[in-house]
Structure formats: C-alpha cells, structure tokens
Design a binder for this molecule. Structure first.
Ligand SMILES: NC(=O)c1ccc[n+]([C@@H]2O[C@H](COP(=O)([O-])OP(=O)(O)OC[C@H]3O[C@@H](n4cnc5c(N)ncnc54)[C@H](O)[C@@H]3O)[C@@H](O)[C@H]2O)c1
Ligand SMILES: [Fe+2]
Length: 382
C-alpha cells in the first residue's frame, strides 16, 4: 500500500521562467503573491518585467529572512489578503517555497499557521494556484506537500502538510542556480542526497520512491562536485536540479534518522538544514547498516562504487565511504561540534527530537533514545 502526490506540471529547461506569464494567463490569474529570496536578484527582476509586459500585477514578498517561522508566514498571509492576490509564486530555496506554500493555504483556510502545525486544524479548502521555482538544489520542497516551519513560541521546527498544498506547477530552470555560492551548493546538495538515500532505505519505500531515489543518487553523485567547482556548468546545475526534485519525490517515503536529528538540532543550534543533513548522513548510514545492508549495497551501485564480486556488507560500506568522500570533495560540513557553544543537555535534546519527529517509524533501525544518542555522538566526533 502506498500513496504519492505529484505536481500537475513540471517544466525543465534553461530560461523556462519565461513561460510564467502565459501559464498565469491560462489560469486566469490577475494578481500574483510573488515570494522571493531577494528582490534585488536578476531573476526576480526578469520575472517581474515579464509579468508587467503581460499585464499581470504582483506584490513582492521578500521577508523570508532565514528558514521560515510563524511571523514570516502569518505576515505574508496578511499581505496576500490585503493586496487581493489570486495565486502564489515562489522563487527561492526551500525557505521561500515552504513559506509561500503555507501562505497560499492560509489565505483560503483561515487561522494562523500554528493552528495547523500544532493544534490539528484541518485544511478544508483548495489553495490558489501555486507555482514553485526553486533556486537551490536541495530540499525538493517543490515536489512535496509539506511546509517545515519554526514555531517561535516553543522553538520546535515542525511540518504542516496537506495533499492540496503541493505546487501545481514547478519550473526547474538550471540558469537560476549558477549564482548560488559554493557552500550553499554543497550543503543543499547533501540535503538532496540525504533525501535520496534515506528514502531508499525507508521501511515505507515504494517502487516509485525507490526509482526516484536511485536516479537522484546517480545524478547527484555525478554532478555535485562539478556544480561546486564550476558554478556556470549548466549540465551539472541541471543534474542537481533534477536530482533534488527527484529526491523530493522520493522522501515522501519518510525521513530517517539523519533528518530526524537534523531538523530539531538545526532549529536548536541555528544550523542551516543542508549543513545539518551533511553532518548526520554518513552517521545515519552506519547506524542503519545492519538493518538495511542489501539496500545500501544497491545504493553503492547507484554511487558507482559497488564491486560485483563483493558481499552486500562490503558494498554497503563502500556506499558510506563514497558519501564521506563526496562530502570531503565539496567541503560540506562534517561535524556538529563547531555549532555547539555550551555542553549539550542530552535529556533536553532527546526530548526535543521526540517532540518534533520522534514519532516517525520508517527508519530501518528502530528509533530508540539510544539510537538518537548514538547519532548525536557520531555527529560530534566526525
Ligand atoms: N518542504 C519540504 O519538503 C522540505 C524538505 C526539506 C527541507 N525543507 C526546508 O527548506 C529550508 C531550507 O531550504 P534551502 O536549503 O533550499 O535553503 P534556503 O531557501 O534557506 O536558502 C539558503 C540561502 O541561499 C540563498 N539563495 C537561495 N537561492 C539563491 C540563489 N540562486 N543565488 C544566491 N543565493 C540564493 C537564500 O537567500 C538563503 O540565504 C529549511 O527550512 C528546511 O527545513 C523543506
Ligand atoms: Fe531535507
């Protein structure tokens, strides 16, 4: 038994942002709530100019300072309503996409985002048309129905989601990522790799998520280093954009111990999501190894390091070594210690992990407190 939610339309190609006005016109949209990571970015000006030429109005929302919190979303909802917007456009990384995703939902469902995140309020109305245009290659947030939000009152970073919150249209335009700084390319790429690997070993994996996950691993393994070393390389940028999108589709199989730790600790210690995933991924693979050896051996094939004569155990170990090597090649973060200023209170950490994602049951190794402690310690040592 499985279920997967897909976008209605995915458009891949260089300069495909130029399709935006005709898409909006077709859907009869007149006023766009345009969320962007920077109102001074060339890509924002290009799209804004195209909208103007097409006679489509927009309001620019560039208030996503860091990863989304309640204020960014509730504040954006107020602007959406006050300006009479009828659709949502997100141009940015996971932070902007998740913010816009939640704002569109709130605009027609009422209440505040925390009502849905913490208090079980249900989505009952279909959000307005939502076009997601990623400018990082990591989260795959354009492919998911989830919005990950920091709750300012209790410090927990938790998701809210609904089938209808997934973007209707996704535009994957590799030219948008050529200006992405190296360290963000590296960390977000490790996030995408984490989605692909964690979903493939998930106890909820399905034939679809397996297919997406393996293809994502191949693309990321092939092109992450090139995207970091040669930022203008559109082939590598395109592979990463597609790998990230496929990783987003795959992670609907459920997150594993790397994300289960990365999400709450990222919020606690202000670690960007991709950096946190980079730190936890190899540790997670090692901790799961005995429970998913054959699956990691298949991952080793996708990573191009499997030897046909070797046992699954040997190949699974090669997969972990290759992930560590990728991380080193691109200079992505390997250790938690530099982010932690005071001696950590382990009970508090475990309690926070449990409150945030500790209910998730699809990690191959059973999710015990000991596993959380082991993951934390390994992440501190590396
Ligand atoms: N919804 C989901 O399914 C899902 C999945 C995983 C992660 N997330 C969430 O996504 C968020 C992280 O998103 P992210 O990793 O894409 O990073 P991000 O959106 O926070 O962006 C990182 C930085 O890169 C900058 N930036 C973005 N695009 C740029 C470009 N083209 N050129 C130059 N700078 C650019 C941003 O302004 C920001 O400073 C986290 O909140 C995480 O929890 C969501
Ligand atoms: Fe992630």
């Amino acid at each position: 038994m499985f279920e997967i939610v897909n976008n209605r339309q995915v458009i891949f190609g260089e300069n495909k942002i130029s399709d935006i006005p005709s898409l909006l016109k077709w859907y009869g949209c007149k006023k766009v709530f345009f969320a962007t990571y920077s109102s001074s970015a060339d890509s924002y000006h290009k799209i804004a100019g195209l909208l103007e030429e097409a006679g489509i109005g927009h309001v620019c929302y560039d208030q996503v300072a860091g990863e989304p919190d309640l204020h960014m979303i509730n504040g954006g909802r107020d602007i959406f309503l006050a300006e009479g917007c009828d659709c949502t456009l997100a141009l940015g990384g996971g932070s902007v996409i998740d913010t816009a995703k939640a704002i569109g939902m709130l605009a027609v469902n009422g209440g505040n985002v925390e009502d849905y995140q913490m208090n079980g309020k249900q989505v009952t109305a279909v959000p307005p048309l939502f076009i997601a245009v990623p400018t990082t290659s990591g989260t795959g947030a354009e492919a998911t129905k989830t919005s990950v939000v920091l709750n300012n009152y209790n410090g927990l970073k938790k998701s809210l989601y609904h089938t209808t919150m997934i973007a209707d249209i996704v535009i994957l335009d590799p030219t948008l990522t050529t200006g992405l700084p190296r360290h963000i390319t590296a960390a977000t790429g490790m996030d995408a790799l984490s989605h692909a690997i964690e979903s493939y070993v998930s106890l909820n994996a399905s034939p679809l998520t397996e297919m997406y996950g393996l293809k994502a691993i191949e693309l990321i393994n092939k092109s992450l280093k090139d995207a970091c070393d040669d930022p203008q390389n559109l082939k590598a940028r395109g592979d990463m954009m597609l790998g990230s999108y496929l990783g987003g589709l795959a992670i609907t199989a459920g997150i594993g111990i790397a994300h289960i730790m990365a999400q709450p600790l990222g919020a606690m210690y202000k670690i960007p999501h991709g950096d946190a995933c980079s730190i936890f991924l190899p540790a997670a693979m090692e901790l799961n190894m005995d429970h998913a050896e054959a699956r990691y051996a298949r991952i080793a094939e996708a990573l191009g390091v499997a030897e046909p004569e070797s046992t699954d155990q040997e190949n699974a170990r090669r997969a972990v070594a290759r992930v560590r090597a990728i991380r080193e090649e691109i200079g992505a973060p390997v250790c938690l210690a530099p982010y932690i200023k005071e001696t950590p209170d382990m009970d508090f950490i475990i309690d926070t992990v449990k409150k945030t994602t500790g209910h998730i049951t699809c990690n191959p190794c059973p999710l015990t407190e000991q596993l959380m402690k082991d993951a934390f310690e390994k992440a501190m040592e590396q």
